[in-house]
Write a protein that binds this ligand. Structure first.
Ligand code: G3H
Ligand code: 13P
Ligand code: ZN
Length: 330
């Protein structure tokens, strides 16, 4: 058993309080390899942003759970070496069982998500409460979820959004004791968040997705004022990456994300954690494809993962400065 405190990590409590007060959101970036982690830390140190490093159960399987934990510990030292010790949270993304959450807490995670959103309401409450009881003994913060995002989540496919019901939030947060609540207001996971049919076109023919349900968010904020809200599925799917990928041999279709102005708007509300994974995948893929297309003889991984890491860093700096508003808040 190792406490995250010994590793130099922090939980999300104070970060969320400051984020709500300061009207910005903390970036929650997923990682499962070294280049992603280097880019996240370098970008957040350079922009002086606090950061949540997210590890999914898929990432634990891919990269090895022990290695990932040591990498996060290394990230704390790396930030210091870069010259500025930003607050770093190590968070389990989409935990699906008490055992997984407990395991992560025991190995140094400072925050966990227990995602019972697919369960019947009372089962979601019971599971979330059990995780909270264990986590709080160790001063670890817990994110719960109400409502279901459309798209693929935890290998479960939901065709339509089940928006969070404002009527349930007071009961859920008081009975479970969670520290933050992920909600469903129209975001979804992956790079295909909307079909072209769901979108309208502006005068230049650019697809405009339907707006997020800010009315539901406002209703939730009225019921639980000042309570930290989390948005999953918040990649913007930058079209320049989609174009580069397709130009250099890729085949991405109907890749549409959440417009940045909507995320900026959300970050100024009680939304204080915004999850971004897919945009990083697109940035890496675009950079790697470009290297291979321009130099098919290249076979040194540093020559394609290096440019991918640079592109990722640019992307993350853009997010903290111009979308989430977390730059300068560390
Ligand atoms: O919400 C899901 C995250 O993007 C993590 O994805 O389970 O493929 O690692 P993953
Ligand atoms: P995106 O797929 O939109 O990046 O969402 C990531 C996420 O919600 C991780 O939990
Ligand atoms: Zn998610």
């Amino acid at each position: 058993m190792v406490s995250y405190k010994e590793l130099g990590l922090v939980n999300s409590k104070e970060l969320f309080k400051k984020a709500i007060k300061g009207k910005y959101a903390i970036p929650a970036f997923n990682f499962n390899n070294m280049e992603q982690l280097q880019a996240i830390i370098a970008a957040c140190v350079e922009t002086k942003s606090p950061v949540i490093l997210q590890v999914s159960s898929g990432a634990r399987k891919y990269a090895n759970q022990t290695l990932l934990r040591y990498m996060a510990q290394g990230a704390v030292e790396y930030a210091k070496e870069l010259g500025y010790a930003i607050p770093i949270v190590l968070h389990l993304d989409h935990g699906d069982s008490f055992e997984l959450c407990k395991d992560c807490i025991n190995m140094g995670f400072s925050s966990v998500m227990i995602d019972g959103s697919h369960l019947p309401y009372e089962e979601n409450i019971a599971l979330t409460k059990k995780v909270v009881e264990y986590a709080h003994k160790h001063d670890v913060t817990v994110e719960g979820e109400l409502g279901i995002l459309a798209g693929v989540e935890d290998d479960v496919m939901a065709e339509h959004h089940t928006y969070t019901r404002p009527d349930e939030v007071v009961d859920f947060v008081t009975r479970t004791g969670v520290d933050s609540l992920a909600i469903s207001i129209g975001t979804s996971h992956g790079a295909n968040k909307f079909t072209p049919e769901q979108c309208t076109r502006d005068k230049n023919g650019v697809l405009i997705p339907p707006p997020l349900r800010f009315d539901i968010l406002e209703e939730i904020e009225k019921r639980i004022p000042g309570f930290p809200i989390v948005l999953h599925g918040s990649s913007s799917v930058p079209q320049e990456y989609v174009k580069t990928i397709n130009k250099y041999g890729g085949n991405l279709k109907d890749s549409i994300g959440i417009p940045e102005d909507q995320l900026r708007h959300a970050a100024q509300s009680a939304v204080c954690k915004i999850n971004i994974d897919s945009d990083g995948r697109l940035a890496m893929t675009a950079a790697v494809r470009e290297v291979f297309a321009k130099n098919p003889a290249e076979f040194d991984p540093r020559k394609y993962l290096g440019p991918a890491r640079e592109e990722l860093k640019k992307l993350y700096m853009h997010k903290t400065k111009y979308v989430l508003g977390s730059a300068g808040k560390a």
